[in-house]
Design a protein around this ligand. Structure first.
Ligand SMILES: Cc1cc2nc3c(=O)[nH]c(=O)nc-3n(C[C@H](O)[C@H](O)[C@H](O)COP(=O)(O)OP(=O)(O)OC[C@H]3O[C@@H](n4cnc5c(N)ncnc54)[C@H](O)[C@@H]3O)c2cc1C
Length: 516
């Protein structure tokens, strides 16, 4: 078995460490921050508790599989609650397409029930919704077959050439509708602009524009309708806490407050890690949960970084501003998850993804977790989390100057569109994250929340593979590696990195000279 060093204890790093330890490898996990879980961090203050990063947990099957690797049952570590309706959507009057007044729509998990709900105001869109979910299911099935649970970097990695000529495979490839976009697939089925905008927002889970993302990402909708949205009691932070407990049970050596500054190489392969304190430790193989582009450029360098950079010139995904608002009142008309939509999605996405500036009329995501766990706020209060996507950091963006005005844009949007007219008077505690904070806290690429953007009609869904093509013995886990960002995908990326490493260690024992 190998001695493995893991750089970073985000969800991807923790998932990799647990899976490797469960398979008998000796794992040391290095985290530069003094908490585990990376973006899945928590903020406790003045009697309020906020998840600081991810709040929407989908596809819990991935997490279950990581516990199952070690012969454990996830429910012994985590108390997950299913949320349905999944989101409440708020739309503003006067929007493009002419809504006469503000309106509200709930996204219901059950597809026939949601279809019936849409049919009450637009039968054509109801049919279109059902058709879209059927299309999404088809794409999800193809993704499970060709794309998930293995290291993939390009379309060639998805194919088994012996089977390639089979008619069924060709039919599946045609079914991917390559060359078309998420927005295009939605608009050709659904006439109602509110339903369109609601469906568009599934690609916000990967921080990309529906107008630039390939149709295969329509599969995200079915992942959510099929397996639901879940809330871990204790907040999202309960997920890294559970994984850290599992890692500790499995003997992983966890070192917090210990940054890594270099991947040491020997004979053209990864052979160890140098910490920021100057200590060098030998490892047979290395997993990096640091952003993949920064891993190559800052930890590896030389020829591997040059070859990697030649293949990967993708833009970062979007960043965001998060407000953590402790309120002295609850807004009972909110659900646990809410979206407050912009008036014009095309214009909004153009600002964020093309112009590279914050949208003047943004969409906001709100979490009001006291609906499910009242203890997150003092009695009668609300621990409100508000996230607005922004462009990734550009050189001229100085968020210390931009934040005050944009905070007001966000609060005005909530007042106008989501019935929260008195919100400013109700704030008794406040904290925030800007793109610069996200950049500094999590060592990401240009403040990107979701790794690399998924833009590109043909190959936008592909990300750097989990088994490095550029440096043998290096494996990548996290949102900027395959299969991409979001909790279920980064957990899967950790599993794939570990599985690839484990396969290589078993198949190629001489490559691990010390512990073969
Ligand atoms: C505001 C916000 C909201 C989000 N909302 C959702 C949501 O609702 N649902 C969802 O599924 N996803 C959401 N996401 C995305 C999700 O959080 C991420 O995709 C996921 O948590 C990223 O995990 P990761 O494994 O890539 O690592 P990260 O969380 O990025 O962690 C990487 C870790 O590596 C450490 N590290 C980096 N470099 C080094 C080094 N050199 N040495 C040592 N340690 C290092 C960092 O300190 C960090 O702890 C959100 C993210 C944010 C920020």
């Amino acid at each position: 078995m190998s001695r493995v060093g893991v750089v970073g204890a985000g969800l991807g790093g923790l998932a990799a460490a647990c899976t490797l330890a469960a398979r008998g490898h000796r794992v040391t996990l290095f985290e530069k921050n003094d908490w585990l879980g990376g973006k899945a961090a928590v903020l406790n203050s003045h009697g309020f508790r906020f998840d600081m990063g991810p709040t929407i947990l989908t596809v819990p099957r991935v997490l279950e599989r990581i516990f199952a690797e070690a012969g454990r049952t996830m429910s012994d570590y985590l108390d997950l609650r299913r949320l349905d309706p999944q989101w409440r959507c708020f739309f503003e009057s006067g929007a493009k397409g002419g809504l006469p007044e503000n309106s509200v729509m709930d996204l219901i998990e059950d597809v026939p029930a949601m279809t019936a709900s849409i049919a009450r105001f637009d039968p054509a869109s109801a049919k279109g919704y059902a058709d879209f979910i059927a299309f999404s299911e088809q794409l999800h099935t193809i993704s499970e077959k060709f794309f998930f649970w293995r290291s993939v970097e390009s379309v060639l990695d998805t194919m088994d050439f012996k089977k390639n000529l089979e008619l069924s495979t060709l039919r599946e490839v045609m079914g991917l509708k390559m060359g078309t976009t998420v927005a295009g697939q939605i608009r050709r089925r659904v006439p109602d602009r509110r339903v369109q905008q609601m469906l568009d927002h599934f690609v916000q889970y990967v921080g990309s524009s529906p107008y630039g993302s390939p149709a295969v990402l329509c599969s995200i909708a079915h992942m959510q309708t099929e397996e639901g949205i879940w809330y871990p009691i204790g907040g999202t932070q309960a997920v890294p806490v559970a994984l850290a407990a599992l890692a500790t049970d499995l003997g992983v050596d966890i070192r917090t407050g210990c940054g890594v500054r270099r991947v040491a190489t020997e004979g053209g392969r990864a052979a160890g890690l140098e910490t920021e304190t100057g200590e060098t430790l030998r490892f047979d193989r290395v997993v990096s949960n640091m952003d993949s582009v920064r891993t190559y450029n800052e930890l590896v360098g030389g020829v591997p970084a040059a070859t990697f950079n030649k293949r990967w010139q993708r833009e970062p995904a979007c960043s965001g501003v998060v407000l953590y608002l402790g309120l002295d009142r609850a807004y009972d008309h909110l659900l646990h998850h809410d979206f407050v939509f912009s008036r014009d999605p095309e214009e909004e996405f153009d600002w964020i993804y093309s112009k590279g500036e914050p949208a003047p009329d943004p969409s906001a995501y709100i979490a009001a977790p006291s609906r499910t766990e009242p203890g997150v706020a003092p009695p009668g209060g609300e621990a409100l989390y508000v996230l607005v996507h922004t462009p990734y950091l550009r050189p001229h963006h100085d968020w210390s100057k931009m934040f005050p005005a944009y905070r007001q844009v966000i609060l005005d949007k909530l007042k106008r569109t989501a019935g929260m007219g008195d919100i400013e008077e109700r704030i008794v505690f406040e904290h925030h994250l800007t793109p610069q904070d996200i950049h500094d806290r999590y060592s990401v690429l240009n403040g990107a929340i979701y790794g690399l953007a998924s833009h590109g009609r043909f190959f936008g869904a592909f990300k750097p593979g989990n088994r490095s093509r550029d440096l043998p013995g290096l494996y990548l886990a996290g949102g900027a590696a395959h299969p991409g960002p979001g909790m279920p995908m980064v957990l899967m990326s950790g599993w794939i990195a570990a599985d690839s490493l484990d396969q290589d260690a078993r198949a190629n024992a001489p490559a691990d000279p010390v512990h073969a």
